[in-house]
Design a protein around this ligand. Structure first.
Ligand SMILES: O=C(CO)[C@H](O)[C@H](O)COP(=O)(O)O
Length: 225
């Protein structure tokens, strides 16, 4: 079995009947969602809150009941993927471009579990380019500012056009190689006009399920959000 499948499928063990579940995006949580679909077919009652159009389509194809984020009081558990995770369970997300909706869903969640394969675990964040979601109007101005900050910004492009997120924004990837001070960088990015959200997910994940050669390992963050 693939490492990401091991991690993805393990996560369903944390789901209880009646829960509202945040459904993340990407190729690892794909396995979680497929398994949830199987369990729903066997009678599990949950309500899913989707983080992307892709996940909505997948959940619908599996007959997983979906509700909008604004119709729930709180999300009991969100299961999502990640692009990089350090030993304190700080992470980078947004490789698939769903960071804004993923962060909104995560912010409304009581518990967050990330599912990753072992290659995502790192000593320090930043080898994976940090995605930021930017408003199309004036995005080149934001890119210029990020160049001045030595962040090596590159507009994400597909088939010759800027990639558009579900929220209608663009993605700019910051190629920094190593992020020395994630908290400081997060503050800086939060204060820049035109940046809607950044892919730093600091103090979000409570647990990470890691699929590796010898099966799955579960890491829990010391201090809860
Ligand atoms: O943040 C994400 C999408 O915006 C994904 O969760 C992240 O990119 C991991 O994806 P995958 O499991 O396919 O590696």
């Amino acid at each position: 079995m693939l490492k990401k499948q091991l991690a993805g499928e393990k996560a369903v063990e944390f789901i209880e009947d009646g829960m509202v579940i945040g459904l993340g995006s990407g190729s690892t949580v794909f396995y979680t969602i497929q398994k949830i679909g199987e369990l729903v077919g066997q009678g599990l009652r949950i309500q899913g809150v989707s983080t992307s159009r892709e996940t909505t389509l997948l959940a619908q194809s599996l007959n997983i009941p979906l509700v909008s984020i604004d119709s729930v009081n709180e999300i009991d558990l969100t299961i999502d993927g990640a692009d990089e995770v350090d030993r304190n369970l700080q992470g980078i997300k947004g490789g698939g471009g769903a960071l804004l909706y993923e962060k909104i869903v995560a912010s409304a969640s009581r518990k967050i579990i990330w599912v990753v394969d072992a290659s995502k675990m790192v000593e320090s964040l930043g080898k994976f380019p940090l995605p930021i979601e930017v408003v199309p109007f004036g995005h080149k101005q934001v890119i210029k500012k990020m160049e001045l900050e030595d962040c090596q910004p590159i507009l994400r492009v597909k088939n010759g056009s800027p990639v558009q997120t579900d929220g209608g924004h663009y993605i700019v990837d910051l190629h920094m190689n190593k992020i020395e001070h994630p908290q400081k960088l997060e503050e800086k990015l939060q204060n820049k006009t035109g940046i809607v959200e950044n892919g730093l997910f600091l103090n979000y994940a409570h647990q990470v399920i890691i699929g590796g050669q010898e099966g799955v390992k579960i890491k829990t963050r010391d201090s809860e959000k």
